[in-house]
Design a protein around this ligand. Structure first.
Ligand code: IMP
Ligand code: MG
Length: 182
């Protein structure tokens, strides 16, 4: 294991169990609708989870990406939503959006983004997150589908980064605090 890591928190087997469980729930919930399902991945942290969900949801759907952040360079949330890549569609009235996120921390990103997409006229807006740190919430927010609730630790891997590093790890691991406090 990389020496910057304290421990593996979610290993590859557990991630695949989560992907299978959530994909089945999504398949059951969205089947038989007249509307179009759109998986909307939030760049960059969700890409690995998104790719796994895409191959396990047993329904037709389209994909798109947005790049938004409520984070500065460090590991503490700043609170305001910044859109750097917007959704490339005008008419969302026939679209059920399922936002795919890596982790919920303060809740600000998903709370603001959900509001934004509803105002743009989406038929529905739901969210799936791999990880949730409810003890860090600053605004009330609950995802529709949650992979795993975790304690207040800074985690990396399976898409999640610290300063753009560690996204390629196949598991989710706790980063040693020395790495981000130095
Ligand atoms: P929120 O708006 O505070 O909920 O921020 C969620 C975003 O913060 C996620 O999409 C991640 O990009 C980032 N984030 C929060 N906690 C972690 C973590 O433990 N590791 C890596 N990124 C994190
Ligand atoms: Mg993110």
């Amino acid at each position: 294991m990389n020496q910057d890591l304290k421990a593996i928190l979610v290993d590859e087997d557990e991630i695949q169990q989560i992907v299978k469980r959530i994909s089945k729930q999504i398949t059951d919930d969205y089947k038989g609708r007249d509307t179009k399902l759109l998986l909307l991945g939030i760049l960059k942290g969700s890409v690995v989870f998104m790719a796994d969900l895409m191959r396990n949801i047993d329904l037709p759907f389209e994909i798109d990406f947005m790049k938004v952040s409520s984070y500065g360079a460090g590991s503490k949330s700043s609170g305001n939503l910044k859109i750097t890549l917007d959704i490339k569609r005008d008419d969302l009235s026939n679209i059920d959006i399922l936002i795919v996120e890596d982790i919920i921390d303060s809740g600000r990103t998903l709370s603001n983004l959900t509001q934004y997409l509803k105002e743009k006229g989406a038929n529905s807006v739901s969210t799936v997150t791999l990880l949730d740190k409810p003890s860090r919430r600053e605004v009330e927010y609950n995802a529709t589908y949650t992979g795993k609730t975790i304690p207040d630790e800074f985690v990396v891997g399976y898409g999640l980064d610290y300063a753009e590093n560690y996204r390629y790890l196949p598991y989710v691991a706790i980063l040693k605090s020395e790495v981000y406090s130095k």
